[in-house]
Design a protein. Structure first.
Length: 509
């Protein structure tokens, strides 16, 4: 909970940043005092700028930028980003200007603050009416991803004070969160932030379902929790006997992400029956090394019978977003089903904070490598190419905000596609030339048609004809992604023969 005492909240922020800076200094040899002094200057600047202002909730306005900066510090982001979070509302709500911020805190900070100021204009007015604002958001993200990270922190605190606003505004902000911000956090692999955004927005958009799920959770959770505490003790003793060091062994529950649980309960195979959710609570083990991860997996399988088909090795085969862990679901001695997740500390940081975790290693400038940002780079290109707003929105709703599946090439590379994608989408995602020369496909060594709907875990092989010159226009009906459709159209246009067209024209005398 946040107090109404700005100094107390700033001391908390200072302590968090100081802890991060000391760790960084051990690696880089830098002096933590310099960054802490700059943070104090930024707080004084923001405090004076917002002096006398209160939020609708009644708290001093400075509490909001402090909460934003605190969240960024907890994400272990760099000092420039944290200072920008502290100053993000200054140009919009005070008599201080962008120029004042640049004069006092430099170009990098002011660039982030200016980016946030522009994004502050984004308002939810229905999926078909905010395309232009979304275009700006994606361009800003591609220029410096830290802009959206600050916006996430800003939005999280705003959601915590929604009760002070009128119901229609509560609904608008919460709906915008579920339909824009949470899906973007998901694509950036920031699972912790995605879950927090969804859970805070949930009760304002689906209030009755929120009450229902909160009613059924407590009893089920407590029973599972008591049982897993017993399992946890068994596992800890067994690992100690095997001389394996455990950094952390903890209960991680879907109850912490209610909206995620809600969506899972709506699946037809579960049909709102919470007893069918095996991972309501999972045991997460964090160990020092990758070798330890596999050792722990072996020990767990010697203790309990693994459930067939539920062992996932995301260390050897990471998800496209970089996520790594070992997952296994086992039958305990009394037949109770238990899920385990096993990972190292670095893997845990990446799973919790995704792209944000890269700043632990002092990547600068806000840019990430092309592999990590491929989907965002594609988005920026689409927004340049697709002038029609309705078409642009259809593109992002399917290609970006749709649920994702993970399929494999025959060499074991993981390909990330939207749910509903086909072998044609797969081929063009891998390479335009592979798509253009495609004549057939195999999924899990079985021949399938090119319109076959792929599922997570499928191994996809594309059969080609090296002499093929152009894609088949019929593929436009089979392709689901804008990437594939765009490349098919380009291939068709590239191979049009104007003389063949003339031959088909009948001359009427």
């Amino acid at each position: 909970m946040w107090s109404n005492n700005p100094q107390k909240e700033f001391d908390k922020l200072l302590k968090t940043v100081e802890k991060n800076e000391v760790v960084d200094a051990l690696v880089s040899g830098s002096d933590p005092a310099d960054n802490l002094d700059m943070l104090k200057l930024a707080y004084d600047f923001a405090f004076e700028a917002h002096k006398g202002q209160n939020r609708v909730s009644g708290e001093p306005y400075i509490i909001h930028p402090l909460a934003t900066a605190q969240k960024l510090a907890e994400m272990k982001l760099d000092i420039t980003t944290i200072i920008a979070g502290l100053l993000h509302d200054v140009p919009k709500d005070t008599d201080k200007t962008i120029e004042d911020i640049e004069k006092n805190f430099g170009h990098d900070t002011v660039k982030l603050v200016a980016g946030i100021t522009k994004l502050g204009q984004l308002k939810y007015r229905g999926m078909e009416r905010y395309a232009e604002n979304l275009r700006k958001m994606f361009v800003a993200m591609s220029d410096d991803i830290r802009v959206i990270l600050i916006k996430f922190a800003d939005r999280l605190h705003n959601l915590k004070t929604l009760d002070a606003l009128p119901p229609e505004k509560q609904f608008r902000i919460a709906k915008e969160t579920l339909e824009i911000y949470a899906p973007i956090a998901d694509r950036l692999s920031i699972g912790k932030i995605k879950g927090e955004l969804e859970d805070l927005a949930f009760k304002y958009v689906y209030s009755e379902d929120y009450k229902w799920i909160n009613k059924i959770i407590p009893g089920e959770y407590r029973a599972k929790e008591r049982y897993l505490e017993k399992i946890k003790d068994e596992v800890r003793k067994k690992l100690a006997q095997s001389n394996i060091k455990i950094n952390e062994i903890s209960l991680q529950g879907r109850t912490k992400h209610l909206y995620s649980l809600y969506k899972k309960l709506l699946r037809p195979e579960i049909n709102r029956d919470i007893s069918r959710v095996y991972d309501l609570i999972a045991l997460r083990l964090i160990v020092p090394t990758v070798t330890d991860c596999y050792s722990v997996l072996g020990i767990l399988h010697s203790m309990y019978r693994p459930m067939p088909g539920r062992i996932k090795d995301y260390i050897a085969n990471p998800k496209p977003n970089g996520y790594q862990s070992l997952h296994t679901t086992v039958f305990a001695e009394d037949g109770e089903v238990v899920e385990f997740q096993i990972r190292t500390n670095d893997m845990h940081d990446l799973a919790e904070y995704g792209i944000a975790a890269h700043w632990n290693y002092k990547e600068t400038g806000g840019k990430l490598n092309t592999r990590n940002m491929k989907w965002l780079n594609e988005l920026v290109e689409w927004q340049k190419q697709i002038k029609d707003n309705d078409q642009f929105l259809q593109t992002i709703k399917f290609d970006i905000f749709q649920n994702r599946i993970f399929v494999f090439t025959p060499k074991g590379d993981v390909i990330d596609l939207p749910e509903g994608a086909t072998p044609i989408d797969f081929a063009y995602y891998v390479h335009s030339n592979l798509g253009d020369k495609c004549v057939g496909s195999k999924v899990n060594d079985q021949l399938v048609n090119l319109g076959y709907q792929l599922k997570s875990g499928d191994i996809v092989e594309i059969i080609i004809d090296k002499n093929r010159k152009a894609p088949n226009p019929d593929w436009l009906e089979m392709a689901k992604t804008s990437v594939a459709k765009s490349k098919i159209r380009a291939g068709i246009n590239r191979n049009k023969d104007p003389f063949k067209l003339l031959k088909n024209i009948k001359i009427i005398k």
